[in-house]
Design a protein around this ligand. Structure first.
Ligand code: NAD
Length: 446
């Protein structure tokens, strides 16, 4: 099948590469000339495990191409995927300018029937807006052409995106006619062989399903963080509580890890956008407001503990930070908790020595060269000359470090563990001042 994908980011590239891998002819279109040049030179602009070789193989076979040429893109695919960004607008709603721009481009150029598949996360009603935009562009050029709009939200997880796309839990397809459902079923057949994973529904329900999934996951995290903060004040250990509730199959072990807040390109913006949608229809979504509010507060938790530990004065202090990406196995720093921590530390007059296995280049791109940020080439190097260590991302490489080495390198034996990687009892026995999230000992007690 011929497929065009607008947007060559995390979602567009993974979708394009996976659809090419099963034999489709795919063209990825992006407006970012630099990104397309890098892709055409065999460079993959993002870190996603397995993506490099997948792109390389399919590029070499000619099934996957990259271009900025919109004419070529619209002429090519029966399926026109929209996988562009939908960042938050100033009021928290999803900014749909990129989605509408693609819709307009398609309407201005199409010469044949097209299936427009929306993969971007968009508010309920966006498919109608896409349809109106395409229709308006067709009317302008007095073209009478048929097209369909489908909502096909994406559920991949950065860091495991290829696997998620190749072996999806479900493929949500929102359409308003059986013809497009069958076309989508045919396109997804290679990913749907083991058992039927297609969940077909009306378009609005499909659009809302994506927000519901992210809002539910964010709610689980904020709930656990709320409980962790309580545990800290009550002398309980949230990790014990986690095991105690996770064993209940109605609750489950997934997504109930307490920590220093969720980040990334999806949860924060999608919870905000859904809350904004609710407000627009006159419904105050109290739970969603709380989920977001708890998370924003949680992102400050490491800084608050560090500041309390140093009796409110961080001037001239140096913090080693392990982990900058918003989660392991990605270089994505959007809304990362590390950014809140670093910015608070800098504002308080502290310096940062940081290490991340893959997000250093992204950190440099965001913050540039600055005297209070030293990007180090190993976890050990980040410790040199530091007063204390903060862990923000739970990369595997941080799970079993040389604790003696850490204690010797730091001027104070303090570890602020934003992901509860270590055992507080063991760490205290090793002579550390150890502060996790919700581990029964609030800093004021020390
Ligand atoms: N990143 C994720 O894990 C994830 C998962 C599921 C859904 N989503 C959703 O998918 C969408 C894309 O997310 P992403 O993380 O891939 O974004 P991204 O920012 O990584 O990539 C978006 C790309 O779209 C390009 N673009 C913008 N306007 C364009 C246009 N008119 N034509 C062609 N390209 C254009 C940009 O240059 C950019 O390369 C968002 O709505 C997001 O919420 C993301």
């Amino acid at each position: 099948m011929k497929v065009t994908i607008f947007g060559s980011g995390y979602v567009g590239l993974v979708t394009g590469a996976c659809l090419a891998e099963v034999g489709n002819e795919v063209i990825c279109v992006d407006i970012d000339q630099g990104k397309i040049d890098r892709l055409n030179q065999g460079e993959v602009p993002i870190h996603e495990p397995g993506l490099d070789s997948l792109i390389e193989r399919n590029r070499a076979s000619g099934r996957l191409r990259f271009t900025t040429d919109v004419d070529e893109g619209v002429a090519h695919g029966l399926f026109q995927f929209i996988a562009v960004g939908t960042p938050p607008d100033e009021d928290g709603s999803a900014d749909l300018q990129y989605v509408t721009a693609v819709a307009r481009s398609i309407g201005q150029r199409m010469t044949d029937y097209r299936v427009i598949v929306n993969k971007s996360t968009v508010p309920v009603g966006t498919a109608d807006r896409v349809r109106e935009t395409v229709s308006a562009a067709l009317v302008e050029r007095q073209a009478k052409l048929e097209f369909d709009v489908v909502s096909n939200p994406e559920f991949l997880k950065e860091g495991a995106a290829i696997d998620d796309f190749m072996k999806p839990d479900r493929i949500v397809v929102g359409t308003d006619n059986p013809r497009t459902t069958e076309l989508l079923r045919a396109m997804y057949a290679p990913f749907n062989r083991n058992h039927d994973r297609l969940v077909c529904m009306d378009i609005r329900s499909a659009e809302l399903t994506k927000y519901a999934a992210n809002a539910m996951l964010a709610t689980k995290i904020s709930f656990m963080n709320e409980l962790a903060n309580l545990a800290e004040r009550l002398g309980a250990d949230i990790e014990k509580v986690r095991l105690g509730i996770g064993s209940d199959p109605r609750i489950g072990y997934h997504f109930i890890y307490p920590g220093c807040g969720y980040g990334g390109s999806c949860f924060p913006k999608d919870v905000k956008a859904l809350e904004r949608t609710a407000r627009d229809v006159g419904y105050p979504a109290q739970l969603l407001q709380a989920v977001e509010g708890v998370n924003e507060r949680q992102k400050l938790s490491l800084f608050d503990k560090i500041r309390a530990y140093f009796q409110g004065d961080l001037t001239g202090k140096t913090l080693a930070i392990w982990g900058l990406a918003f989660k392991p196995n990605t270089d994505d720093m959007r809304e990362a908790s590390s950014r809140v921590l670093m910015e608070k530390l800098w504002a308080a007059g502290a310096r940062v020595r940081a290490f991340d296995p893959v997000a250093m280049e992204e950190t440099r791109r965001i913050y540039g060269e600055r005297s209070d940020l030293m990007l180090c080439d190993s976890p050990e190097a980040a410790l040199r000359g530091a007063d204390a260590l903060a862990i923000v991302t739970e990369w595997n490489v941080f799970r079993s470090p040389d604790f003696d080495g850490i204690r010797q390198a730091l001027s104070r034996p303090a570890i602020f563990d934003g992901r509860n990687l270590y055992d507080p009892v063991q760490l205290r026995a090793l002579g550390f001042d150890y502060y996790g999230i919700g581990r029964g000992e609030s800093i004021s007690k020390v």
